[in-house]
Design a protein around this ligand. Structure first.
Ligand SMILES: CC(C)(COP(=O)(O)OP(=O)(O)OC[C@H]1O[C@@H](n2cnc3c(N)ncnc32)[C@H](O)[C@@H]1OP(=O)(O)O)[C@@H](O)C(=O)NCCC(=O)NCCS
Length: 149
């Protein structure tokens, strides 16, 4: 997958990103989530990245930060391209960008249905630090992971 490259997200990427977003957010309605992705992009354009293959977006990651704390909003890779190192490239780029902003603690809030992504986060040193019932809405619990940069 060496031909995959990572670049910052642009507004024109939003339709493709939105398709991938549902992989990481099984609880959301597509149209309302589009606004969320767009607002994170607007607020932190330098912390939103896409993985591109043959001019198509096959993965994305977004984060927000406040002071020394950051949250990985979402990370998702097209199912056809999972397990080929794309997610790793995206998260490395994101963590690099957060380090440059002197972020010290990074959190990830994972929907319980996405629990299979937890070993992925562990590869980077994240550890489970808690959980929160109904975090994403009633019945939509979150597993909280934390990384000290
Ligand atoms: C989680 C996700 C982003 C990982 O992306 P990916 O491109 O498949 O991951 P990579 O191929 O870069 O894997 C990187 C490392 O993590 C490990 N890993 C990835 N997914 C894993 C899984 N489900 N179980 C165990 N290890 C996993 C890989 O084995 C790899 O380690 P290795 O280099 O030692 O083999 C992707 O599977 C995905 O989009 N899942 C659905 C959305 C989601 O759940 N997002 C997370 C919640 S926000």
């Amino acid at each position: 997958m060496s031909e995959v490259h990572i670049r910052t997200m642009a507004e024109r990427d939003l339709p493709e990103v939105l398709e991938l977003a549902l992989l990481a957010n099984p609880h959301v309605a597509k149209e309302t989530y589009k606004e969320h992705i767009a607002s994170v992009l607007e607020e932190h354009p330098d912390l939103s990245f896409v993985a591109v293959l043959n001019e198509h977006v096959i993965g994305y990651v977004q984060a927000q930060f406040h002071g020394v704390m950051a949250v990985i909003e979402d990370i998702a890779v097209d199912e056809k391209f999972q397990g080929k190192g794309v997610g790793e490239k995206l998260l490395r780029e994101e963590l690099h960008a957060l380090r440059r902003r002197n972020v010290k603690f990074v959190f990830a809030e994972v929907h319980y249905k996405c629990a299979s992504a937890i070993p992925f986060y562990y590869k980077f040193g994240f550890r489970i630090c808690g959980f929160q019932q109904d975090y994403f809405g009633v019945g939509h619990d979150a597993i909280i992971l934390k990384l000290e940069l």
